[in-house]
Design a protein around this ligand. Structure first.
Ligand SMILES: Cc1cc2nc3c(=O)[nH]c(=O)nc-3n(C[C@H](O)[C@H](O)[C@H](O)COP(=O)(O)O)c2cc1C
Length: 156
């Protein structure tokens, strides 16, 4: 299966998680690409978000979208991106977010729900989702391998 992992990652954590996902999916025989969303300005400073690079979803059989949590919500860059993509009808989609604070309910669940709604609005079929806690000092939580496995298991 040709799988696209599309991420927004400002400081690299979400991108690192995407690389782990790519490794796991490649080991299972999938053809996997990581594509990064890029903005024109700094989305932390400028509330009007414009995308410089909005990866195309058309060439993929299945997609994984990854984003950081910002201010207890989905990072708005991912919202803007998902609103702008064409139909995902008939395609399997997995979702993940990375976040700094340990408690998943502090924004992680809200962010995943928002992504799920935006993907379902485009006709995509959400098959898995995960929240990865990533600390500045200690890196990804020890739960990451299990979360990655749960994310990729439905892609057979
Ligand atoms: C503007 C901003 C807001 C953030 N808000 C939250 C938050 O509400 N909850 C949380 O757990 N982490 C929050 N974080 C931390 C990021 O979600 C976390 O570091 C994430 O892994 C960053 O992903 P990236 O390295 O791919 O950009 C915030 C980071 C930034 C820059």
């Amino acid at each position: 299966m040709r799988i696209g992992i599309v991420v927004y990652s400002k400081t690299g954590n979400t991108l690192s998680a995407a690389k782990e996902l790519r490794k796991e999916l490649s080991n299972r025989g999938h053809d996997v690409s990581i594509e990064r969303i890029e903005t024109k300005g700094d989305p932390e400073k400028d509330p009007k978000i414009e995308l410089k690079i909005a990866p195309l979803v058309e060439g993929y059989d299945a997609l994984i979208f990854g984003s950081p949590v910002w201010a207890f919500r989905l990072c708005p860059v991912m919202s803007v991106y998902l609103k702008g993509i064409p139909s995902l009808a008939g395609r399997k989609v997995a979702l993940f977010v990375t976040k700094e604070l340990s408690w998943k309910w502090l924004g992680g669940g809200v962010a995943i729900s928002k992504m799920r709604k935006l993907v379902v609005d485009k006709g995509g079929k959400v098959v898995s989702s995960g929240i990865i806690v990533w600390k500045k000092k200690t890196g990804a939580s020890s739960e990451m391998p299990r979360i990655i496995k749960d994310l990729v298991d439905p892609f057979v």
